[in-house]
Write a new protein. Structure first.
Length: 221
């Protein structure tokens, strides 16, 4: 027997919004893996995070791969063949020219694989569209995003070269100023930005840190 379930009004609204969403339609036309591609495109249009020096790129929270797609396209425009590595808990099959590691980037073994992939060379750009499983409780979701941002910054401190950049998603809330202060210690330029392609009701924004500073221990006498 086939059981039929009535759609709730909220699920109907979500489906209608998803089907009519211009960025969802455009992502299919342009063969992007998801509408999230347009968020990174907007970020790059405003802050120029991709340049000829962006040869080693790490994409955290890779799946389904739209940010790596954008990264590859932007570097191709500049005549540069980059090394792009995606990392995600979810198994994904990247296209030619993009590498992938399945695992938790917080795991020391996975971090060793990341370092090894780049032959222990510095990374020029770290992208993070990651988010914890949301609960719908604003404070909990915000704090979860702050924990992720803090971990991304720790990895950025170890991996990014001088003048490297990081882009990472967060949910707005009272703790974001703490992360922003850490960013300002690490980077010469720090911005927060909400792309037009983010849904109006979404509390997501993005931190952009550019021109990483050397730590005092790395500075030459």
């Amino acid at each position: 027997m086939i059981r039929r379930f009535k759609s709730t009004s909220s699920s109907k609204r979500w489906l209608e919004r998803h089907v009519s969403d211009q960025f969802t339609r455009q992502s299919k036309i342009l063969n992007y893996k998801s509408r999230a591609a347009f968020k990174l495109i907007e970020i790059n249009n405003k802050f120029r995070i991709f340049n000829k020096s962006s040869r080693n790129i790490l994409d955290l929270g890779y799946a389904p791969g739209s940010w790596s797609q954008v990264a590859a396209q932007e570097m191709q425009k500049k005549g540069v063949t980059p090394q792009i590595l995606g990392v995600d808990l979810i198994r994904s099959s990247p296209p030619k020219g993009i590498s992938f590691i399945q695992g938790d980037f917080l795991n020391p073994d996975v971090q060793s694989q990341i370092f090894g992939h780049f032959n222990n060379s510095p990374v020029n750009l770290i992208l993070s569209d990651m988010m914890t499983n949301t609960t719908g409780i604003k404070d909990i979701d915000h704090l979860g995003s702050m924990d992720l941002c803090h971990s991304v910054l720790q990895l950025s401190q170890a991996l990014l070269n001088k003048n490297g950049s990081v882009v990472m998603k967060f949910f707005m809330g009272k703790e974001q100023e703490l992360i922003e202060s850490k960013l300002r210690e690490m980077f010469a330029k720090v911005y927060t930005f909400k792309p037009q392609s983010s849904r109006d009701e979404s509390r997501e924004q993005f931190f952009i840190g550019m021109k990483k500073r050397l730590r005092s221990s790395e500075e030459k006498d």
